[in-house]
Design a protein around this ligand. Structure first.
Ligand code: FPP
Length: 238
């Protein structure tokens, strides 16, 4: 299956909103935490699959700025899944994944913050795929952060007002230096962006699927890539 896949137009940057863990579990009479656990497995599968397909950048929405509103036990469960993923730092060398965690990390537990720093440092030379894990991430917060940085430079007299343009805001995002997102896949049946990569997705193709995230696999991924390749992107042109 994997080897015979041929596609002429591959997205450089794919974003995934991994939705439907809770419902996947509820449909099976299982606790939501189990859905997240299976979601973490699906995440690992998809990183490997994206790498196999030659996708340069993958950004996954692991935890939004709004997700703190969930019961504390569920929040702890998701953070623990992230901990166990990050703990496997050695695997990154083997798997050749360059990992970054994007979002407002200041609100995270100290141990998690340290793990993130370590994993980012340990994976810096990996060039198989660039993985961004969006954690305590919000698209509007990210744009506001970039605007504040530009305003700071303006107030310091480093730049003129006219120099604050789209490129400068892009450069102030967590994803600075990375290509815009070409394709966003959202599982779980909802058709919205939920504050994910708002600036970077200006021209992204959006694919919404009813598949719940724990069920999402390489075949689903390939289907989305084929649909992406079949779409005509005009980027405002004709
Ligand atoms: C959305 O499903 C999913 C989340 C808010 C958490 C995503 C987390 C993981 C996939 C596991 C940890 C991630 C990593 C990177 C190791 P939902 O709970 O909103 O599902 P529902 O809409 O069916 O309730």
């Amino acid at each position: 299956m994997a080897k015979s896949f041929e596609i002429d137009k591959l997205p450089r940057h794919v974003g995934i909103i991994m939705d439907g863990n809770g419902r996947w579990a509820a449909h099976r009479g299982l606790p939501r935490s189990y859905g997240h656990k299976m979601g973490a497995d699906a995440f690992g599968r998809c990183v490997r699959h994206a790498k196999l397909r030659g996708i340069g950048y993958l950004t996954v929405y692991a935890f939004s700025t709004e997700n703190w509103n969930r019961p504390s036990e569920e929040v702890r469960g998701i953070m623990d899944l992230l901990r166990s993923y990050l703990k496997n730092a050695d695997n990154y060398k083997k798997e050749n994944v360059r990992t970054r965690v994007i979002g407002d990390l200041s609100q995270l537990d100290e141990d998690l913050r340290q793990m993130i720093v370590r994993v980012e440092e340990n994976s810096v030379a990996n060039d198989g795929i660039n993985l961004n894990i969006a954690l305590n991430y919000g698209g509007r917060d990210e744009i506001a952060k970039a605007a504040r940085e530009a305003a700071k430079r303006l107030m310091a007299g480093e730049i003129a007002l006219q120099q604050i343009d789209a490129a400068m805001i892009t450069g102030g995002l967590y994803t600075a230096g990375q290509p815009d997102v070409d394709l966003i896949i959202r599982t779980g049946g909802e058709s919205r962006l939920s504050n994910f990569l708002l600036w970077q997705s200006a021209y992204a193709e959006l694919i919404f699927t009813g598949t719940h995230w724990p069920d999402f696999n390489g075949e689903h991924f390939d289907r989305a890539l084929k649909e992406y390749a079949a779409r005509q992107r005009r980027m405002g042109g004709v």
